[in-house]
Design a protein around this ligand. Structure first.
Ligand code: FMN
Length: 268
């Protein structure tokens, strides 16, 4: 398994961790953005393969599963909330007055909104709740269950094709979450933490450097669905970007390079 090129807490040489450096002339963010721009010349010779959605250059379907799991919990069908979209857009706020519990039905509805299969007609290419560049679906959702009814405390992987939660671990996840999330107050009375990762290769194979942009854009689509659906269901939720990446990657058992944590939300 590959590990991050830079060891945890690496310094830029000025005593500042690389993830927190101020802008400089060789700013990696600017260099990346420049390197991933499309120009007319790209259209003459596409950067990488241009297969149809879900296929690589050779016509092979791209793998959508990161790994196998032994047990899965079937989720109930999503609820139809009473609150409409316009009301939800107006009402959405990052709130942490958690009730301290979530029903399995609510979890199922949130995960369906996040990345559920909305068009099962083509078994080889299941369309989801969010737009995805090339229909490649590079994201994965995990659920750290704390106080979800009928779901033991532990870590689960959401499998959209079966609308089920696959068991990653049934260990108490709270200590790891407390290590990972910088503002521990966000965890007080949270019933679950939703963790979004990306498997970059799924998108890189087709889009090269531009894939990273596409993955982040899709992550935003997916998280917004979660937050709006939480509002519709009357559930407090908050998106979280302030976390220690390596701690989440360790909890999820991903190497932080091929698959890494992108975005987190607490709800309850
Ligand atoms: C990418 C992103 C990361 C965030 N990370 C955190 C976080 O780590 N901790 C936190 O308390 N709020 C976090 N928030 C929530 C913002 O503080 C919140 O969205 C903002 O104050 C606006 O309030 P509203 O969401 O209620 O409209 C994050 C929001 C976004 C979009």
């Amino acid at each position: 398994m590959r590990s991050a090129v830079l060891p945890a807490g690496s310094s830029s040489g000025r005593g500042v961790p690389v993830g927190c450096t101020a802008k400089s002339l060789d700013d990696p963010a600017e260099l990346y953005h420049e390197a991933s721009k499309y120009y007319p010349s790209c259209l003459e010779r596409p950067p990488l393969a241009v297969g149809i959605a879900g296929q690589d250059a050779s016509g092979e379907w791209l793998p959508t599963k990161s790994r196998s799991y032994l047990h899965a919990v079937q989720l109930p069908e999503p609820d139809a909330p009473a609150l409409g979209l316009l009301q939800a857009i107006r009402a959405r706020r990052s709130r942490i007055s958690f009730e301290g519990r979530l029903t399995l039905s609510a979890v199922a509805t949130l995960l369906f909104a996040a990345y559920g299969v909305t068009d099962p007609r083509n078994a080889g290419h299941l369309r989801r709740s969010v737009p995805s560049a090339g229909g490649l679906y590079p994201l994965d959702w995990y659920l750290a269950s704390l106080t979800v009814e009928d779901l033991p405390r532990g870590l689960y992987h959401y499998e959209p094709s079966t609308h089920s939660l696959e068991v990653v671990s049934l260990q108490d996840v709270l200590p790891a979450l407390e290590q990972a999330i910088l503002t521990r107050e966000l965890l007080r009375k949270a019933a679950a933490v939703f963790i979004l990762t990306a498997l970059f290769e799924r998108s890189r194979r087709k889009y090269g450097l531009r894939a990273y942009r596409f993955v982040l854009l899709e992550a935003g689509h997916s998280m917004q669905n979660v937050l709006l659906m939480a509002t519709c269901l009357g559930i407090d939720a908050i998106p979280i970007g302030g976390y220690l990446d390596a701690e989440f990657d360790r909890l999820l058992r991903v190497n932080g390079v091929d698959e890494t944590t992108l975005y987190v939300a607490a709800a309850g």
